[in-house]
Design a protein around this ligand. Structure first.
Ligand SMILES: [Zn+2]
Length: 386
């Protein structure tokens, strides 16, 4: 018994001393590590500044391993992986951050946002969508909605796009009325072409006209639908309404307006409307339709062609000049086809449409630019008239 007590009396201070020593060692070790973590961090930074991304990544990985609780380093590493196109590794870093229970709310939101960018850049749109939806109620919410809108447009999910655009509009991010009309037009086109359901297409287009009266596209598309069903008078009436609601878009419909007018016996009415439009905005397409309407009304060709001259007096135009010359007698008649061919060749690129946002050029008119995906970025004018 005595023996044990002696040992206990001796042992206690020894154990205490050993404990104290161990704790000192621990502290020293911690200090060394703490000093090493920033060292690795600065090494990484240095590599980054020298544009040595591989070495920077190695240094950051070392720093993260030494100090797994530092979120800043994880963010730096994740962004580096993403920028280098190593999306899988970027995802792993950000998912690791999100799995940490001790992560502050603002860092959690930031990691969620970074994760959505990883998926987006990797082209994994479904997973990007999931990640973006989790940003509702965070400070990244609006940015997430805008990205979601772009995703839905790209994947042509129009009802979801419309829902997102409405949210953005309600939170004061601009007027999406004409964009929403485009979505309805896209849905109508799908209903007509894929589902062969003209009744639904008509309802969608009518809704677009009611919601965005100033938009030209729903009127033009509904007119085409009616004309396709044989209702030429109804189609003409709709195209006529373009002059009232979206006069700048009349050049786009001039030819079809004249065609439906003639098919429903209203050539004179069309001629009057086209002449009035040309007075307000001289346009090549309108001038061309006027010439055709005059000819159909029995005006002598010589007189009808004067419209090209009248147009050129207002707006110099190679296209109009070539069209006028096509029926002008030449002193050297045998040279006419060659000269005409050269003129037409020179005029052809001028008859294209051009996106005002990115410069994409096309023979056809686009409501959404195939180059930059912008809506309504093509002016309804030929390049020569811009
Ligand atoms: Zn464009």
């Amino acid at each position: 018994m005595e023996f044990d007590i002696t040992w206990m009396l001796l042992g206690l201070p020894i154990a205490f001393a050993l404990g104290w020593l161990a704790s000192r060692l621990d502290l020293r070790q911690l200090r060394i590590e703490n000093r090493q973590a920033p060292k690795a961090y600065f090494k990484g930074l240095n590599h980054l500044l020298n544009e040595q991304q591989d070495q920077a990544i190695d240094a950051f990985i070392e720093a993260v391993q030494k100090d797994p609780d530092t979120s800043e380093l994880h963010f730096a590493l994740g962004n580096l992986f993403r920028r280098r196109g190593e999306y899988e590794r970027a995802v792993r870093v950000h998912e690791h951050l999100l799995s940490r229970a001790d992560l502050a709310k603002s860092d959690r939101e930031r990691a969620q946002h970074a994760l959505s960018l990883d998926f987006l850049k990797a082209g994994l749109l479904d997973r990007a969508e999931d990640a973006l939806r989790k940003l509702d109620g965070t400070r990244f919410q609006e940015q997430a909605w805008l990205t979601l809108l772009a995703i839905y447009e790209r994947s042509r999910e129009w009802p979801q796009a419309a829902e997102t655009a409405q949210r953005l509009q309600q939170s004061g991010h601009g007027d999406f009325a004409s964009r929403l009309a485009h979505y309805l037009c896209e849905q109508a086109a799908t209903a007509l072409v894929r589902a062969k359901d003209p009744a639904s297409a008509r309802t969608l287009l009518q809704k677009a006209i009611n919601d965005a009266p100033q938009a030209a596209r729903p009127r033009i598309q509904l007119a085409a639908l009616l004309a396709g069903q044989g209702d030429q008078a109804g189609a003409f009436e709709l195209l006529e309404s373009v002059q009232k609601y979206a006069p700048q878009a009349l050049p786009l419909v001039a030819a079809e307006l004249l065609r439906t007018a003639q098919a429903s016996g209203q050539n004179q009415r069309a001629l009057a409307l086209l002449t009035q439009s040309h007075e307000e905005f001289p346009s090549l397409d309108v001038a061309e339709a006027i010439v055709q309407a005059e000819l159909a009304a029995g005006t002598p060709a010589e007189e009808a062609r004067q419209w090209y001259i009248r147009h050129m007096q207002q707006e110099p135009s190679l296209i109009a000049a070539a069209r006028w010359l096509a029926h002008e007698p030449f002193a050297h008649e045998q040279a006419h086809p060659t000269v005409q061919q050269s003129l037409d060749h020179a005029a052809r690129p001028l008859a294209r449409y051009r996106c005002a946002a990115c410069g994409f050029e096309a023979q056809a008119y686009f409501w959404q630019c195939p180059g930059c995906q912008a809506w309504d970025s093509f002016p309804p004018r030929r390049i020569e008239e811009l």
